[in-house]
Design a binder for this molecule. Structure first.
Ligand SMILES: [Cu+2]
Length: 144
């Protein structure tokens, strides 16, 4: 009985410490940030499996669209509505690349690394970005 109680205590403390580590992230969708235009306030975020990322429609005309081939296997496509706050809970580990549909060539791209899993990095490197996004993508991908 004593062992059971200890086990219960251990399980409870693990549960709470995992929750304490959970770190949801909020990213703003912006027309302007410092010298950049059409930009997510954070281009790279790292979260744990089960965490939620919130994208705030601080400025209008933006959205979040997962890039085809730029998410771990088994992840369904995700495309949020323009002008709306959106959120996504990351249940599958790996790298997620996304862009804003109308500004995908203007550097409005972002990455979420889930569970410190970079097993799909090679696929991420193969994404075809254009124009300004093509210019800024390599450095971001190297920073993952
Ligand atoms: Cu945009």
């Amino acid at each position: 009985m004593k062992n059971f109680k200890n086990l219960a205590l251990i399980l409870i403390s693990i549960l709470f410490s995992t929750n304490a580590l959970a770190q949801d992230e909020t990213i703003e969708m912006l027309n302007k940030l410092d010298k950049e235009t059409m930009v997510y306030s954070k281009k790279v975020v790292r979260v744990n499996v089960g965490d939620t990322v919130f994208w705030k429609a601080t400025d209008k005309g933006h959205n979040v669209e997962f890039i085809k081939g730029g998410v771990p296997e088994g992840v369904e496509k995700f495309k949020s509505k323009f002008n709306k706050d959106t959120q996504y809970t990351f249940e599958i580990p790996g790298i997620y690349a996304y862009w804003c549909t109308p500004h995908k060539n203007m550097g409005m791209i972002g990455f979420v690394v889930v569970g410190d899993d970079k097993s799909n990095l090679e696929a991420i490197k193969k994404i075809r970005f254009s124009a300004k996004s093509k210019k800024i993508a390599p450095e971001l991908i190297n920073s993952l």
